[in-house]
Design a protein around this ligand. Structure first.
Ligand code: FE2
Ligand code: FE2
Length: 334
Protein backbone atom coordinates (compact mmCIF):
# COMPACT_ATOMS: atom_id res chain seq x y z
CA UNK A 1 0.00 0.00 0.00
CA UNK A 2 1.38 3.42 -0.91
CA UNK A 3 1.89 6.18 1.65
CA UNK A 4 -0.93 8.22 0.14
CA UNK A 5 -3.45 5.37 0.34
CA UNK A 6 -2.64 4.41 3.88
CA UNK A 7 -4.85 5.49 6.80
CA UNK A 8 -2.73 6.45 9.80
CA UNK A 9 -3.65 6.22 13.44
CA UNK A 10 -2.13 8.55 16.01
CA UNK A 11 -2.04 8.10 19.77
CA UNK A 12 -1.84 11.34 21.74
CA UNK A 13 -1.00 11.48 25.41
CA UNK A 14 -1.55 14.74 27.28
CA UNK A 15 -2.87 15.37 30.76
CA UNK A 16 -4.45 18.72 29.88
CA UNK A 17 -7.90 18.31 28.46
CA UNK A 18 -7.82 21.55 26.47
CA UNK A 19 -4.66 20.34 24.70
CA UNK A 20 -6.18 16.96 23.96
CA UNK A 21 -9.28 18.51 22.42
CA UNK A 22 -7.24 20.89 20.30
CA UNK A 23 -4.77 18.26 19.07
CA UNK A 24 -7.51 15.79 18.36
CA UNK A 25 -9.34 18.32 16.23
CA UNK A 26 -6.26 19.25 14.24
CA UNK A 27 -5.41 15.61 13.57
CA UNK A 28 -8.94 14.56 12.65
CA UNK A 29 -9.32 17.52 10.31
CA UNK A 30 -6.13 16.38 8.62
CA UNK A 31 -7.59 12.91 8.02
CA UNK A 32 -5.97 10.91 10.81
CA UNK A 33 -7.77 8.66 13.22
CA UNK A 34 -6.92 9.40 16.84
CA UNK A 35 -6.83 7.77 20.23
CA UNK A 36 -6.44 10.36 22.93
CA UNK A 37 -5.56 9.56 26.53
CA UNK A 38 -4.67 11.60 29.62
CA UNK A 39 -1.81 9.57 31.07
CA UNK A 40 1.20 7.48 30.14
CA UNK A 41 -0.09 4.54 32.15
CA UNK A 42 -3.35 4.51 30.25
CA UNK A 43 -1.50 4.62 26.93
CA UNK A 44 0.81 1.77 27.90
CA UNK A 45 -2.14 -0.28 29.04
CA UNK A 46 -3.93 0.22 25.73
CA UNK A 47 -0.78 -0.65 23.77
CA UNK A 48 -0.40 -3.83 25.81
CA UNK A 49 -3.96 -4.74 25.05
CA UNK A 50 -3.11 -4.56 21.36
CA UNK A 51 -3.86 -0.98 20.34
CA UNK A 52 -1.81 -0.21 17.27
CA UNK A 53 -0.65 3.28 16.40
CA UNK A 54 1.54 4.65 13.63
CA UNK A 55 2.82 7.54 15.72
CA UNK A 56 2.68 8.79 19.31
CA UNK A 57 2.44 12.42 20.39
CA UNK A 58 3.62 12.56 23.96
CA UNK A 59 3.38 15.41 26.45
CA UNK A 60 6.41 15.64 28.74
CA UNK A 61 5.21 17.23 31.93
CA UNK A 62 2.52 15.02 33.36
CA UNK A 63 1.79 14.00 36.92
CA UNK A 64 2.27 10.39 37.98
CA UNK A 65 4.42 9.31 35.04
CA UNK A 66 6.09 11.92 32.88
CA UNK A 67 6.62 11.73 29.14
CA UNK A 68 10.23 10.55 29.33
CA UNK A 69 9.33 7.65 31.60
CA UNK A 70 6.39 6.75 29.42
CA UNK A 71 8.57 6.78 26.32
CA UNK A 72 11.23 4.67 27.98
CA UNK A 73 8.73 1.96 28.89
CA UNK A 74 7.26 1.94 25.39
CA UNK A 75 10.68 1.75 23.75
CA UNK A 76 11.91 -1.03 26.01
CA UNK A 77 8.89 -3.19 25.36
CA UNK A 78 9.44 -6.45 23.47
CA UNK A 79 6.20 -5.84 21.62
CA UNK A 80 5.49 -3.96 18.39
CA UNK A 81 4.86 -0.75 20.36
CA UNK A 82 8.61 -0.27 20.68
CA UNK A 83 8.79 0.58 17.00
CA UNK A 84 6.21 3.37 17.02
CA UNK A 85 7.85 6.78 16.49
CA UNK A 86 7.37 9.14 19.42
CA UNK A 87 7.23 12.93 19.06
CA UNK A 88 7.41 14.91 22.30
CA UNK A 89 5.23 17.91 22.95
CA UNK A 90 7.12 20.17 25.26
CA UNK A 91 6.68 23.46 26.94
CA UNK A 92 10.30 23.28 28.02
CA UNK A 93 12.62 24.89 25.58
CA UNK A 94 15.68 23.98 27.61
CA UNK A 95 18.34 21.90 25.94
CA UNK A 96 18.47 19.33 28.72
CA UNK A 97 14.85 18.41 28.32
CA UNK A 98 15.23 18.02 24.59
CA UNK A 99 18.31 15.83 24.71
CA UNK A 100 16.61 13.72 27.36
CA UNK A 101 13.79 13.13 24.92
CA UNK A 102 16.15 11.82 22.25
CA UNK A 103 17.96 9.65 24.76
CA UNK A 104 14.83 7.80 25.75
CA UNK A 105 13.99 7.09 22.12
CA UNK A 106 11.94 10.04 20.85
CA UNK A 107 12.40 10.97 17.19
CA UNK A 108 11.46 14.62 17.41
CA UNK A 109 9.93 17.30 19.59
CA UNK A 110 7.56 20.20 19.13
CA UNK A 111 7.51 23.11 21.54
CA UNK A 112 4.23 24.36 22.86
CA UNK A 113 2.48 26.52 21.85
CA UNK A 114 2.89 25.18 18.35
CA UNK A 115 1.61 26.11 14.94
CA UNK A 116 -0.87 23.72 13.39
CA UNK A 117 1.16 23.67 10.17
CA UNK A 118 4.30 22.74 12.04
CA UNK A 119 2.64 19.95 13.97
CA UNK A 120 1.16 18.41 10.83
CA UNK A 121 4.39 18.77 8.86
CA UNK A 122 6.46 16.99 11.49
CA UNK A 123 3.92 14.23 11.87
CA UNK A 124 3.87 13.67 8.14
CA UNK A 125 7.66 13.58 7.92
CA UNK A 126 7.94 10.90 10.59
CA UNK A 127 5.07 8.84 9.26
CA UNK A 128 6.75 8.87 5.87
CA UNK A 129 10.11 7.87 7.28
CA UNK A 130 8.60 4.99 9.21
CA UNK A 131 6.56 3.92 6.21
CA UNK A 132 9.60 3.69 3.93
CA UNK A 133 11.68 1.94 6.58
CA UNK A 134 8.94 -0.64 7.06
CA UNK A 135 8.68 -1.16 3.34
CA UNK A 136 12.40 -1.69 3.09
CA UNK A 137 12.36 -4.25 5.91
CA UNK A 138 9.39 -6.07 4.43
CA UNK A 139 10.96 -6.15 0.99
CA UNK A 140 14.19 -7.55 2.40
CA UNK A 141 12.27 -10.22 4.30
CA UNK A 142 10.37 -11.19 1.16
CA UNK A 143 13.54 -11.53 -0.87
CA UNK A 144 15.31 -13.50 1.84
CA UNK A 145 12.42 -15.89 2.16
CA UNK A 146 12.41 -16.64 -1.54
CA UNK A 147 16.19 -16.98 -1.49
CA UNK A 148 16.06 -19.53 1.32
CA UNK A 149 13.22 -21.35 -0.39
CA UNK A 150 15.24 -21.48 -3.62
CA UNK A 151 18.17 -23.05 -1.77
CA UNK A 152 15.88 -25.87 -0.64
CA UNK A 153 14.52 -26.17 -4.13
CA UNK A 154 17.91 -26.49 -5.72
CA UNK A 155 18.91 -29.04 -3.10
CA UNK A 156 15.82 -31.14 -3.73
CA UNK A 157 15.97 -30.60 -7.52
CA UNK A 158 12.48 -29.21 -7.38
CA UNK A 159 12.14 -27.49 -10.72
CA UNK A 160 10.61 -24.31 -11.96
CA UNK A 161 8.05 -22.28 -10.11
CA UNK A 162 6.76 -24.79 -7.55
CA UNK A 163 7.56 -22.54 -4.57
CA UNK A 164 6.17 -19.46 -6.23
CA UNK A 165 2.92 -21.21 -7.14
CA UNK A 166 2.43 -22.87 -3.76
CA UNK A 167 2.79 -19.51 -2.08
CA UNK A 168 0.37 -17.85 -4.50
CA UNK A 169 -2.18 -20.64 -3.95
CA UNK A 170 -1.79 -20.24 -0.19
CA UNK A 171 -2.36 -16.52 -0.50
CA UNK A 172 -5.52 -17.03 -2.55
CA UNK A 173 -6.85 -19.66 -0.13
CA UNK A 174 -6.24 -17.27 2.77
CA UNK A 175 -8.16 -14.50 1.02
CA UNK A 176 -11.01 -16.90 0.17
CA UNK A 177 -11.05 -18.04 3.79
CA UNK A 178 -11.64 -14.44 4.85
CA UNK A 179 -8.19 -13.20 5.89
CA UNK A 180 -7.22 -9.63 5.01
CA UNK A 181 -4.44 -8.71 2.58
CA UNK A 182 -1.84 -8.31 5.28
CA UNK A 183 -2.49 -11.75 6.81
CA UNK A 184 -2.74 -13.31 3.36
CA UNK A 185 0.75 -12.09 2.62
CA UNK A 186 2.04 -13.88 5.71
CA UNK A 187 0.37 -17.08 4.45
CA UNK A 188 1.99 -16.51 1.08
CA UNK A 189 5.52 -15.97 2.34
CA UNK A 190 5.36 -18.62 5.04
CA UNK A 191 4.19 -21.23 2.53
CA UNK A 192 7.26 -20.62 0.42
CA UNK A 193 9.26 -22.13 3.29
CA UNK A 194 7.30 -25.40 3.59
CA UNK A 195 10.16 -27.70 2.59
CA UNK A 196 13.06 -25.80 4.14
CA UNK A 197 13.73 -28.81 6.38
CA UNK A 198 14.80 -30.83 3.34
CA UNK A 199 18.11 -29.02 3.67
CA UNK A 200 18.80 -31.42 6.53
CA UNK A 201 18.05 -34.57 4.52
CA UNK A 202 20.91 -36.24 2.61
CA UNK A 203 20.99 -35.61 -1.15
CA UNK A 204 20.95 -39.31 -1.87
CA UNK A 205 17.49 -39.57 -0.33
CA UNK A 206 16.01 -36.25 -1.39
CA UNK A 207 17.02 -36.82 -5.00
CA UNK A 208 16.64 -40.57 -5.25
CA UNK A 209 14.97 -41.31 -8.57
CA UNK A 210 13.21 -44.54 -7.58
CA UNK A 211 10.93 -45.33 -4.67
CA UNK A 212 12.32 -44.91 -1.18
CA UNK A 213 12.87 -47.80 1.21
CA UNK A 214 11.00 -47.75 4.53
CA UNK A 215 14.14 -46.59 6.25
CA UNK A 216 14.64 -43.78 3.76
CA UNK A 217 11.02 -42.73 4.17
CA UNK A 218 11.58 -42.42 7.91
CA UNK A 219 14.57 -40.17 7.28
CA UNK A 220 12.66 -38.12 4.70
CA UNK A 221 9.77 -37.64 7.10
CA UNK A 222 12.05 -35.77 9.45
CA UNK A 223 12.01 -32.72 7.18
CA UNK A 224 9.01 -31.03 8.87
CA UNK A 225 10.66 -31.14 12.30
CA UNK A 226 14.01 -30.04 10.89
CA UNK A 227 12.29 -27.10 9.18
CA UNK A 228 10.60 -26.21 12.44
CA UNK A 229 13.92 -26.37 14.28
CA UNK A 230 15.51 -24.01 11.78
CA UNK A 231 12.70 -21.47 11.72
CA UNK A 232 11.37 -21.50 15.26
CA UNK A 233 14.36 -19.68 16.74
CA UNK A 234 12.96 -16.31 15.69
CA UNK A 235 10.27 -14.25 17.42
CA UNK A 236 9.32 -12.42 14.22
CA UNK A 237 5.71 -13.14 13.17
CA UNK A 238 6.69 -14.07 9.64
CA UNK A 239 9.29 -16.63 10.69
CA UNK A 240 7.00 -18.00 13.38
CA UNK A 241 4.35 -18.56 10.73
CA UNK A 242 6.95 -20.20 8.48
CA UNK A 243 7.94 -22.55 11.30
CA UNK A 244 4.32 -23.69 11.64
CA UNK A 245 4.01 -24.28 7.91
CA UNK A 246 7.27 -26.22 7.81
CA UNK A 247 6.19 -28.46 10.65
CA UNK A 248 2.55 -29.03 9.69
CA UNK A 249 2.33 -29.18 5.90
CA UNK A 250 2.23 -33.01 5.90
CA UNK A 251 -0.42 -33.35 8.58
CA UNK A 252 -3.75 -34.76 7.41
CA UNK A 253 -7.13 -33.50 8.53
CA UNK A 254 -8.15 -36.99 9.66
CA UNK A 255 -5.01 -37.41 11.78
CA UNK A 256 -3.15 -39.81 9.48
CA UNK A 257 -0.39 -37.37 8.51
CA UNK A 258 3.05 -36.74 9.98
CA UNK A 259 5.09 -35.86 12.01
CA UNK A 260 2.62 -35.53 14.86
CA UNK A 261 -0.62 -37.00 13.51
CA UNK A 262 -2.55 -33.84 14.37
CA UNK A 263 -6.26 -33.87 13.63
CA UNK A 264 -8.77 -31.32 12.27
CA UNK A 265 -8.38 -27.86 13.76
CA UNK A 266 -5.42 -29.04 15.85
CA UNK A 267 -3.58 -28.39 12.63
CA UNK A 268 -2.98 -24.67 12.35
CA UNK A 269 -4.81 -22.99 9.47
CA UNK A 270 -1.37 -22.17 8.02
CA UNK A 271 -0.60 -25.90 7.87
CA UNK A 272 -3.98 -26.85 6.42
CA UNK A 273 -3.69 -24.25 3.69
CA UNK A 274 -0.09 -25.17 2.82
CA UNK A 275 -1.04 -28.87 2.59
CA UNK A 276 -3.71 -28.24 -0.01
CA UNK A 277 -1.59 -25.77 -1.97
CA UNK A 278 1.41 -28.13 -2.03
CA UNK A 279 -0.50 -31.22 -3.11
CA UNK A 280 -2.49 -29.39 -5.76
CA UNK A 281 0.72 -28.14 -7.35
CA UNK A 282 2.30 -31.57 -7.24
CA UNK A 283 -0.70 -33.12 -9.04
CA UNK A 284 -0.72 -30.32 -11.58
CA UNK A 285 2.98 -30.76 -12.43
CA UNK A 286 4.56 -33.57 -14.46
CA UNK A 287 7.31 -35.51 -12.65
CA UNK A 288 9.75 -38.10 -13.94
CA UNK A 289 7.48 -40.85 -12.64
CA UNK A 290 4.08 -39.39 -13.53
CA UNK A 291 2.32 -37.18 -16.02
CA UNK A 292 0.47 -33.98 -15.16
CA UNK A 293 -3.07 -34.76 -14.02
CA UNK A 294 -6.13 -33.50 -15.91
CA UNK A 295 -8.24 -30.86 -14.15
CA UNK A 296 -11.12 -33.32 -13.78
CA UNK A 297 -8.81 -35.86 -12.10
CA UNK A 298 -7.42 -33.21 -9.75
CA UNK A 299 -10.88 -32.01 -8.76
CA UNK A 300 -12.11 -35.56 -8.18
CA UNK A 301 -9.08 -36.42 -6.05
CA UNK A 302 -9.23 -33.30 -3.91
CA UNK A 303 -12.96 -33.73 -3.40
CA UNK A 304 -12.39 -37.35 -2.41
CA UNK A 305 -9.75 -36.26 0.13
CA UNK A 306 -12.06 -33.69 1.74
CA UNK A 307 -12.09 -34.43 5.47
CA UNK A 308 -9.33 -37.03 4.98
CA UNK A 309 -6.17 -35.32 3.81
CA UNK A 310 -7.68 -31.83 3.57
CA UNK A 311 -9.84 -29.43 5.56
CA UNK A 312 -13.37 -29.71 4.05
CA UNK A 313 -13.95 -25.96 4.23
CA UNK A 314 -10.78 -25.28 2.26
CA UNK A 315 -11.67 -27.98 -0.28
CA UNK A 316 -15.00 -26.27 -0.88
CA UNK A 317 -13.33 -22.89 -1.42
CA UNK A 318 -10.76 -24.49 -3.69
CA UNK A 319 -13.29 -26.31 -5.86
CA UNK A 320 -15.61 -23.32 -6.14
CA UNK A 321 -12.71 -21.15 -7.26
CA UNK A 322 -10.74 -23.68 -9.26
CA UNK A 323 -10.45 -21.33 -12.24
CA UNK A 324 -8.53 -18.81 -10.17
CA UNK A 325 -6.05 -21.45 -9.07
CA UNK A 326 -5.53 -22.63 -12.64
CA UNK A 327 -4.92 -19.05 -13.63
CA UNK A 328 -2.05 -18.83 -11.14
CA UNK A 329 -0.73 -22.08 -12.64
CA UNK A 330 -0.72 -20.46 -16.08
CA UNK A 331 0.88 -17.26 -14.77
CA UNK A 332 3.87 -19.17 -13.32
CA UNK A 333 4.61 -22.10 -15.65
CA UNK A 334 7.77 -24.18 -15.30
FE1 FE2 B 1 7.33 -31.42 2.51
FE1 FE2 C 1 6.40 -28.71 -2.05
Amino acid sequence: MSFEEKKFHILTIDDAQTNRIMIEKILKDAGYTVTSVSSGLEAIELLHEGLTADLILLDIIMEEMNGFETCQIIKKSKKAMAEIPVIFLTAMSDIEGISNGFEVGGVDYITKPFQKVELLARIKTHLKLKHYQDQEIEQTQRELIYTIARITDVHSLETGNHIKRVSEYARLLAILAGYDEEKAEIFQLASAMHDVGKIGIPDAIVNKPGTLTDEEITVMQRHPDIGYEILSQSTRPLLKASAIVAQQHHEHYDGTGYPRGLKGKEIHILGRIAALADVFDALDTPRSYKKRWESSEILAFIQQESGKHFDPQLVELFINNFGRFKKIRDTFPD
